[in-house]
Design a binder for this molecule. Structure first.
Ligand code: CU
Length: 268
C-alpha cells in the first residue's frame, strides 16, 4: 500500500500520548483523505478540459462556456462533504472537550497554572493543600511571575517549577496565562494548545496516557525569539509525582518561612 491509511502517522506528527488525541488524529486523517479526493478529482477534470478544448479541434474561442450544471453539482458535493466533516466530526469533538469540563473538574485533576512570557514558560503548582494562593497581577515583578499574593496563607505551600511535571493517567487542567504579550501554549504529543492572554487564566485539559519526556512550544508568533520559545515537559508515574510535588511544596513553604524570619531580624 503506497497511500498511507493513517495520514497523521506519515505527516511527521509525533506519536499521540493523550486520551482524546486519537480523535484529533482521526479528523486529520479524514481531512487528508478528502484533500486527496479533491486533488485527484480536480486534476482529472483539468486534464479532461485540456484535451476537450484543445486548440486543434477548437480553433475559434467559445464565449458561452459550459452550459450544463456538472460543476455546480460537484461544488455542492464538496460542500456536503465539508459539512459532514464539520458537523459529524469537528463539532462533536469540540463538544466533548467543552461538555466534559465539569466532570473533569470533579475527577481530582492535577491543576497547574502556566505562565508564558518572552521567551519561556513557568509553572505554578497549588502545593500540598491543592489550592492556589490568591493571584494579584499588580504584584508582577518580572517575566513569568505567577503573581502569588504573599499575604494569602493558601499560597504559602504553592511552588513554581521551570518544567511541567504531570502524573500519567490522571486528568490535568492547565490554566494558561501570560505576563507580557499573547503566546500560545502548545503540546503536540497531547494534541492540545491554548492561547496565553495577559490578564486571563484560560483552562485547557487532557489526560496523558503514557510516561514521556517531551517539549512544549509557543504556537503564536510573539517576538524575535519566538522560534526558541521551547519548554520541557515530563509525564511521570503517579507515585513519583506525589513524592516530587510534596517535596517541592514543603521546600517552598520552608524557604518562605526562612525569608520571613530574616526580614523580621533585619527590621529589628
Ligand atoms: Cu511566545
Amino acid at each position: 500500500m503506497f497511500i498511507p491509511l493513517n495520514w497523521s502517522k506519515w505527516l511527521g506528527i509525533p506519536e499521540n500520548y493523550s486520551e482524546h488525541g486519537a480523535n484529533v488524529d482521526q479528523l486529520i486523517d479524514l481531512v487528508h483523505w478528502f484533500m486527496v479526493a479533491l486533488f485527484v478529482g480536480w486534476t482529472l477534470f483539468f486534464l479532461y478540459c485540456l484535451w476537450r478544448f484543445r486548440a486543434s479541434k477548437n480553433p475559434k474561442a467559445n464565449y458561452h462556456g459550459v452550459t450544463n450544471h456538472v460543476s455546480s453539482h460537484l461544488e455542492i458535493g464538496v460542500v456536503i462533504v465539508e459539512a459532514v466533516l464539520l458537523l459529524g466530526f469537528a463539532f462533536p469533538l469540540w463538544w466533548d472537550r467543552t461538555d466534559r469540563f465539569e466532570e473533569v473538574e470533579a475527577s481530582d485533576p492535577v491543576k497547574v497554572r502556566v505562565i508564558a512570557y518572552q521567551f519561556g514558560f513557568a509553572y505554578h503548582y497549588p502545593g500540598n493543600d491543592g489550592k492556589f494562593g490568591r493571584i494579584d497581577r499588580t504584584l508582577v515583578s518580572g517575566p513569568g511571575d505567577p503573581c502569588i499574593d504573599p499575604a494569602d496563607p493558601l499560597g504559602r505551600d504553592d511552588f513554581v517549577s521551570g518544567v511541567l511535571r504531570l502524573p500519567v493517567k490522571r486528568n490535568a487542567i492547565l490554566q494558561i496565562t501570560s505576563t507580557d504579550v499573547i503566546h500560545n501554549y502548545s503540546i503536540v504529543p497531547m494534541r492540545i494548545q491554548q492561547d496565553a492572554m495577559p490578564g486571563k487564566d484560560i483552562p485547557m485539559w487532557f489526560q496523558p496516557t503514557k510516561e514521556l519526556r517531551t517539549y512544549v512550544i509557543c504556537g503564536q508568533l510573539c517576538g524575535r525569539n519566538h522560534a526558541n520559545m521551547v519548554g520541557e515537559m515530563e509525564v511521570i508515574s503517579q507515585g513519583e509525582y506525589k513524592v516530587w510535588s510534596r517535596k517541592e511544596s514543603e521546600k517552598s513553604r520552608e524557604s518562605k518561612e526562612k525569608e520571613e524570619v530574616a526580614e523580621g531580624l533585619a527590621q529589628k
